[in-house]
Write a protein that binds this ligand. Structure first.
Ligand SMILES: Cc1ncc(COP(=O)(O)O)c(C=O)c1O
Length: 391
């Protein structure tokens, strides 16, 4: 008996699970996975608890609870001036992850191509493989993670159905500039392609850098599906409450897939969406201040330990070149992540997992650290990393 379909046989277990297991076994401070080790705002948590106690425990509507959809539309208008009809242009999904999978299934056919930027968030390509869609890669290079405009233009062809843009970007911390997004938007219009954006880090930005929503650029409202979630902004990654917003034909297509993947998202958690997104301006600015201080602190710790860091503009990740700190027998990022976790006691993610096989060398000398941790956790990591510069 075949124990597995050919569709999933190539996936293996994710490096995230392996690093987490290794970190647990060795008591390492885990700066691997991008999940905060602290809770979100108490009033947001309380709103979900209240909903459970008020018997909001049966299926929510498939497209999402009306109060949550209205709050998502308000948030889009408040931050981006994007006007959405909550009845037809907002769909609640089980995290951004399900939104992206449903988008690929709902918008692209087997044999179509979808363009992604590399390094690429780890779920997109397996999603495409499951949908029979072919990924087409465009590399982000150099310390500012720019792409070659010709390489991007050449990636578009008659089979291209969509492009996925993740900004702010995991794992690099890149925030796509308005000029870059304009170029992407123009190519989408020229080739009649849909843009799917993953904006889960939309509120985690540094040094006054602005986040541009591709859907708001000229000609893009009718061909952009914007995906985001509560997880990162409200430190509730375990809730898996996300959404896709965009023009009605795209939302209808995504919902065709969504209705047969999850059908509906956890009702009491959706009941907390309005409390979360309607937070006053101080919440959003305090979030940036908090993460700016964590990022700056970790940049300092890593530099002092001997890493060469690449300054992120957004997200809560820091990429760093480890060649200045590792023993000479360490040859690649996988060996480095294992060594740092087991011998130094700090877990990180090896970025080559975000590249296709032929490009893995682009992540070979890097490590990804997540700074979304309590100050005590960062202090414990700092103490262990300081050993690297002792000898
Ligand atoms: C770029 C990116 N997209 C999506 C997700 C997952 O979002 P959610 O938890 O809302 O499914 C993550 C989480 O790490 C991410 O980094």
């Amino acid at each position: 008996m075949a124990s597995m379909s050919r569709r999933v046989a190539g996936f293996g277990t994710t490096v995230f699970s392996e690093i987490n297991a290794l970190a647990r076994a060795h008591g390492a401070v885990n700066l691997g996975q991008g999940a905060p080790d602290f809770d979100g705002p108490p009033e947001v948590l309380a709103a979900a608890v209240t909903a459970v106690n008020r018997q909001l425990n049966q299926y929510a509507p498939g497209i999402g609870m009306a109060t949550a959809r209205a709050a998502i539309a308000r948030h889009a208008e408040r931050f981006y001036g994007q006007r959405l009809d909550p009845e037809s242009e907002v769909l609640i999904t089980s995290g951004a992850t399900e939104g992206i999978f449903a988008a690929i299934l709902g918008l692209a056919d087997a044999g179509d191509e979808v363009i992604v930027f590399e390094p690429v968030y780890d779920s997109y390509v397996p999603n495409m493989v499951m949908a029979g869609v072919t990924p087409r890669y465009v590399a982000l290079r150099g310390d500012d993670w720019t792409f070659d405009p010709d390489e991007l233009a050449n990636a578009f062809n008659p089979r291209t159905r969509a492009i996925i843009v993740n900004t702010p970007h995991n794992p690099t911390g890149k925030v796509y500039s308005r000029a870059e997004l304009t170029m992407i938007g123009e190519l989408c219009q020229k080739h009649d392609v849909v843009a799917i954006t993953d904006e889960v880090y939309e509120h985690i930005l540094y040094d006054g850098v602005a986040h541009t929503r591709l859907a708001t650029l000229p000609g893009m409202a009718e061909r952009t599906l914007t995906i985001s979630s509560l997880g990162k902004t409200f430190s509730v990654t375990g809730w898996k409450v996300g959404w896709a917003v965009g023009p009605e034909p795209l939302i209808t297509a995504v919902n065709r897939a969504h209705q047969f993947i999850t059908f509906a998202v956890a009702a009491p958690l959706q009941a907390a969406v309005a409390t979360a997104l309607d937070q006053p301006p101080a919440f959003y600015s305090d979030l940036q201040t908090m993460y700016q201080s964590k990022r700056d602190r970790m940049l300092g710790v890593l530099q002092k330990a001997g890493f060469e860091t690449i300054k992120p503009q957004g997200s809560y990740f820091i990429m760093a070149d480890w060649r200045g700190v590792a023993p000479s027998r360490i040859k690649d990022d996988l060996q480095f992540a294992e060594w740092l976790t087991t011998k130094i006691g700090v877990a990180c993610i090896p970025p080559s997992i975000f590249y296709q096989d032929s490009d893995k060398h682009l992540g070979r000398y890097l490590a990804r650290f997540a700074a979304c941790k309590k100050d005590e956790t960062l202090a414990a990591a700092a103490a262990r990393l300081s050993k690297l510069s002792d000898d």
